[in-house]
Design a protein around this ligand. Sequence first.
Ligand SMILES: Nc1ncnc2c1ncn2[C@@H]1O[C@H](COP(=O)(O)OP(=O)(O)O)[C@@H](O)[C@H]1O
Ligand SMILES: [Mg+2]
Length: 331
Amino acid sequence: MHQDDILLDVQDLRTYFRTELGPLRAVDGVSFTVRKGETLGLVGESGCGKSVTAKSIMQILPKSQAEIVGGSIIYYPEKGEPIDIAVLDPQGPEMRNIRGNEIAMIFQEPMTSLNPVYTIGQQIMEAVQLHQKVDRKTAREIAIEMLERVGIPAPHERVDQYPHEFSGGMRQRAMIAMALSCNPRLLIADEPTTALDVTVEAQIINLLLDLQETYRTSIMMITHDLDVIGDMADRVIVMYAGWVVESGMAKDIFYTPTHPYTQGLMRSNPRIGETKRLIPIRGSVPSLKSLPKGWCYFAPRCDMVQDICAKEEPPVVEVADGHFVKCWRAC
Ligand SMILES: Nc1ncnc2c1ncn2[C@@H]1O[C@H](COP(=O)(O)OP(=O)(O)O)[C@@H](O)[C@H]1O
Ligand SMILES: [Mg+2]
């Protein structure tokens, strides 16, 4: 892979929460890259550290509770030197510039980024004017154009409506419009379709794919839903209990899943699973407080567990070109 293809390079990222019982290792040594123009899927059950990974990249962690304690998040700007986001002041000018102009994020619940007391138009205009030196009239025109681009009908009228006047799917579109109004090079989408019904979900996924084709935006698609990953991702990262347990091209993950956890995810998926009967993975994601260091965190749920899995942390093995698995079985 050519260095010039990389947009974001996350290495050994550790983000811990402070708790009374000691540090909770929500993200515990995560490494991956995002390449220009690609869709990277981040998948794993709820509680695996997907959102904390995204919030670390955006530096929007709850300040008094969570901290990046190690690793690096190197961002490669269009011009100039690479920047390590992990050491930037979350409130400083450099980070604000990255958050506004380079990397944008959309969430499962659009109301976390939309303010109920302002019209949709006012909010997009504010985002536009924060980053571009344009007058109000131009900002309004841009807002209408953005609403049109994300498929909101009658944007001239919709622009003056409040978030509560939009349906869930329309709100999600408005949030995408807001995120894209500053032309980000990376869009992080954290479960953007989880709250929507299937038809609307498909529309939003198509919208994201269209926008990506037009703008060559890289997308980091976070979801617990393998179907969404299958529809969108070029490459896939599988997370479990704060670790990346498997990563590779989407075809590697879907056709030759190698980590027992990934295999379990596939078997428990209604559309992808080959058997008619779905086989859920037994047990559940461990409480991070109870994880013994030096174990494979998946061992208690794993059908293929060996003695060594409870003695030493598994190594990361490249089982095929660009296909990595963190498991003793892969050695
Ligand atoms: N504010 C918080 N305080 C303490 N622990 C948290 C907080 N937010 C998340 N966590 C913990 O961090 C871990 C990862 O959470 P998260 O990244 O939100 O998971 P995911 O997005 O994969 O569902 C979970 O174990 C969760 O309980
Ligand atoms: Mg989450």
